[in-house]
Design a protein around this ligand. Structure first.
Ligand code: SF4
Length: 911
């Protein structure tokens, strides 16, 4: 039971149904108190305001914070940060394991200080879903799922043991074991409650306080939950850690862009097409760092599953959230997915009492900007070959791909000679199944993957229906295509089986491979060796087609250069066609039993999908499949767990190591001083992703991380991915900037994680150079272009940067989460002024850098000077903006990062 305050006298009773009463912090009462015109605020802002109001204790959250947010103006200059205390945290295993490692390291540090380690404990419920580890090693067979699960448990045993230790060591840390589903789909279908309650004490009164379900997650697509009216988004692991240890998550007051939806999707158009259209439209509208809120009659008519598909892609359009307000559709979804009637009544009554019920219509809300989209204007689309916002209308796919083939790399093309397109072909012989010719544009991976789409029965059933019609017409998928089906929950298998569609998918190679992220996170597994050899030898621009949300280079597979995002039925269609240089609106998809078959011949109608949907969402199926995970997962039960409050670190483990963040930890924070004599570790161009900085995929044998694993007795077959080794700082630091596709301009843009050690100019792997600089006591700087750190939230991109010895990153612009993660790890982000770049400054990496103007009086967004001393001794002073954006971030930076800041705070309070 917690003790709370009520400074605005807004605590009111409301009807819970069934003759019971509950309490809530009333937003209408806050408006009546004259604090602001709250009923005209965007719904998403009001939900955050409720948290600020309820947690207003005069210490972490001030009355002024309530007044500031209640007085939100659509177009004000944004300077205030909002302290947002969330109701819960969700994690996936790739990001969750290192977070648990940090919590364990904090406990070890507290124990070393002679204090009770139990003072380190999550203060809000934490759910970790193990979904990122399964890889598509086996596919196209009826036992692929069992084989992949078996291999997953072999590969990840140590990590899973550690997670089981965490479950017993912390009271509020729960794990959904492997083989159950994907975090955001599990969140939508099961974890999300919509409204929560806790017993609290206000003055002498004990009350059951009800409040909105809000969360942050350590995965950028946490926004999928915005589809059911829950406020939540992805944060770095570092911020999530602070959040679970009782710190508010701070963020700059956002603009809110209203997207007014009208009309309805036409026949042949899917929710995925809509999501890709919204992504392209909002990318153009520059919504980075803003909330997006959908409203209007089109939004009202969309079912929650379609809303969730659109909300999922918020990171792709750059918004903090893609939020849909709360209405009857949410109730329909909660009921269809097996939530109790009693809970649903509380949910509805709570939001009605708060004046937060219903999708707003035009004129109801004051948004910063309003955009319009008529759903009837959406057409079948795909996005690629390199970026999710590059939408292509289906009939233009062929021209677009052929054009990209010879376009320069700087224009997102492949920089090949146009005449090579049709001349280069390779014949590959397939194990006992004849041979096939592959060339540029051949589809080699076709994956029904990603919670973006697997949570949406309409597109999953459409894939099944299309497969059925294709099989009936005698079409088949070539064996060179690595097809896979990886739903985000077992509910999908239940309805694909009940509708009789799974066998048709099986016949086309889309057998179940696992319930996890698989290809969406890059765990697409190896291609057949003959196929991979042919691709590499002929330098083929081969393609993947996937129902995922990310398609950056080397994300899906290291040797597949063109990656196209599309709906599950289109994934099946392109697998059948076997190539992407095809216009499926006019060319046949293949030769069937009775001649050519066109896409329109096998595309399911809206009515067919709707009929199949009747069997898709059955409450009892959700209730059965989401109970007693342990009993349903014997492999998980077999894993032994160590016990105790402090983790017994195993020095020999190559998966879990005590990170060095608290070595020589003392209660005294440092002082902010100027950085002098820094050498560049890398100079990079635009759109360097977190995957470039800290890859999640395969570890190369010859890379520093690969060499380290071999030296420690791990054979190449057992390397596993970087993502799975995030519990080991030794590997992750070696992997930082080690993506095979990263281009360091110090080496003329050569691909791979190398640099020049200065001043001698020796070419070394980035980690090896950093080690040399460490020995010399030289601080390091990284210089980059636009959108530095774009892509999935990845705390190791900041942690690894810090552990390499990088003190400052200067970029033309930063992605939101990565910028805050850098500060969270004590690395200084600086931004060039408009028009200044490494190129305009003529930097080549031989320079020495100072950051002038840093002092204990540092203010958020202060102007500083980057002093560049060139090899010839000439000096250039360049004005830069300090991208420490908020006062609390100054504290984090001064303390050397969030973790030491929070640890000092907890120890001090417990003393
Ligand atoms: S399926 Fe893709 S979007 Fe969903 S959680 Fe996994 S990696 Fe993220």
């Amino acid at each position: 039971m917690s003790s709370q305050h009520d400074p605005f006298r807004t605590l009111k009773s409301f009807d819970l149904g069934h003759g019971r009463q509950g309490k809530l912090y009333s937003l209408p009462a806050l408006e009546a108190a004259g604090v602001g015109k709250i009923s005209r605020l965007p719904v998403s802002i009001r939900l955050v305001l409720e948290s600020v109001l309820r947690n207003c204790d005069g210490k972490k959250v001030l009355e002024q914070n309530v007044r500031d947010l209640a007085g939100w103006q659509p177009n004000a200059t944004r300077t205030e940060e909002i302290p947002f205390v969330v109701a819960r945290i969700v994690l996936q295993d790739f990001t969750g394991v290192p977070l648990l490692v940090d919590l364990a390291a904090m406990r070890s540090a507290v124990a070393k200080l002679g204090k009770n380690p139990k003072i380190i404990e999550p203060l809000v419920p934490v759910d970790l879903v193990v979904d990122h580890s399964v890889q598509v090693d086996a596919n196209g067979t009826s036992d692929a799922f069992a084989r992949n699960l078996e291999i997953e448990f072999q590969r990840n045993r140590e990590r899973y043991q550690f997670l089981k230790w965490g479950m017993q060591a912390f009271d509020t840390f729960k794990v959904v074991p492997p083989g159950i589903g994907i975090v955001h789909q599990v969140n939508l279908e099961y974890l999300a409650k919509g409204v929560l309650s806790a017993e609290s004490q206000i003055s002498d009164l004990k009350s059951e306080i009800y409040y909105p379900d809000t969360l942050v997650g350590t995965d950028s697509h946490t926004t999928m939950i915005n589809g059911i009216g829950v406020v939540g988004w992805g944060v770095g692991g570092i911020e999530a850690e602070a959040g679970m240890l009782g710190q508010p998550v701070y963020f700059l007051t956002p603009d809110v862009v209203g997207v007014h939806l009208t009309g309805a999707l036409r026949e042949g158009v899917t929710a995925t097409d809509l999501a890709l259209t919204v992504t392209q439209m909002l990318r153009k509208a520059k919504v980075v760092g803003k909330f997006v809120e959908f409203f209007g009659p089109g939004a009202k008519a969309l079912p929650v599953v379609d809303r969730a598909t659109i909300a999922n892609m918020a990171p792709e359009y750059g918004a903090t959230m893609g939020f849909f307000p709360i209405d009857e559709e949410c109730v329909n979804y909660l009921r269809a997915t097996g939530r109790s009637e009693e809970h649903i009544t509380v949910f509805e009554n709570y939001y009605k009492a708060q004046g937060l019920w219903g999708i707003p219509q035009k004129g109801d809300i004051d948004y910063s900007q309003v955009l319009d989209l008529d759903l009837a204007s959406v057409v079948p689309s795909v996005a690629g070959p390199k970026r999710p916002q590059d939408r292509i209308e289906l009939p233009k796919m062929k021209d677009s791909f052929v054009g990209a083939f010879s376009k320069p790399v700087t224009e997102n093309g492949f920089g090949k000679k146009a005449e090579e397109f049709s001349t280069v072909k390779a014949e590959v012989s397939l194990n006992g199944s004849g041979s096939a010719a592959i060339g540029h544009g051949s589809v080699l991976i076709a994956a029904i993957t990603s919670c973006t789409n697997t949570s949406n029965p309409s597109v999953m059933l459409a894939a099944g229906l299309l497969a059925k019609k294709a099989v009936e017409k005698g079409l088949s998928v070539s064996k060179v295509v690595k097809a896979s089906l990886a739903p985000g929950s077992r509910v999908v298998s239940d309805y694909l089986s009940k509708t009789g569609l799974q066998p048709y998918l099986d016949q086309l190679g889309f057998n179940l491979v696992g319930y996890g992220c698989t290809t969406c996170i890059g765990n697409s597994g190896p291609l057949a060796p003959v196929v991979e050899d042919a691709v590499v030898k002929n330098d083929l621009v081969a393609a993947s087609v996937l129902s995922g949300n990310r398609n950056f280079e080397a994300r899906v597979h290291q040797n597949i250069k063109a990656n196209f995002l599309m709906s599950p039925p289109l994934v099946v269609a392109f697998a059948l066609a076997g190539r992407v240089d095809v216009d499926l609106s006019s060319e046949p998809i293949g030769q069937g039993k009775s001649g050519p078959v066109f896409l329109k011949d096998i595309w399911p109608t809206i009515a067919e999908v709707r009929d199949a949907m009747q069997s898709a969402l059955k409450p009892e199926v959700f209730r059965t499949l989401y109970t007693d995970f342990a009993a349903q997962n014997p492999k998980w039960n077999e894993i032994p767990s160590s016990v105790g409050n402090v983790y017994a670190w195993d020095a020999k483990s190559t998966y879990i190591q005590e990170p060095p963040f608290f070595v020589n930890f003392s209660m005294q924070a440092g002082t902010i001083t100027e950085i002098k004599g820094a050498r560049p570790l890398g100079i990079f161009g635009d759109s360097v992703t977190t995957d470039h900085i800290s890859p999640a995929g395969a570890i190369k044998k010859a890379s520093p991380a690969g060499r380290f694993l071999l030296e420690n007795g791990v054979t190449f077959e057992n390397f596993n991915s970087y993502g799975s080794r995030r519990g080991n700082d030794r590997i992750m630091t070696r992997g930082t900037f080690a993506n095979v596709r990263i281009k360091n301009l110090m080496l003329g843009g050569e691909e791979g994680g190398n640099t020049l050690l200065q001043p001698e100019g020796t070419k070394l792997a980035i980690f090896d150079a950093a080690e040399q600089y460490k020995k010399r006591g030289t601080p390091l700087i990284v210089i980059a272009g636009q959108e530095y750190g774009t892509g999935s939230s990845r705390d190791w991109a900041a942690k690894g940067t810090n552990l390499l010895g990088v003190k400052v990153v200067v970029a033309q612009s930063f992605e939101r989460i990565h910028r805050s993660n850098l500060v969270g790890m004590g690395v200084l982000p600086l931004q060039f002024k408009e028009g200044t770049t490494a190129q305009t400054l003529g930097l080549n990496g031989s320079e020495v850098y100072d950051v002038v103007g840093l002092s204990p009086a540092l203010k958020p967004q202060q102007d500083l000077t980057l002093r560049i001393t060139r090899a010839d001794g000439s000096v250039t002073d360049v004005p830069v903006r300090c991208r420490i954006d908020t006062p609390i971030e100054i504290d984090y930076y001064q303390h050397g990062g969030i973790l030491p800041f929070v640890l000092r705070d907890i120890v001090r309070r417990a003393s």
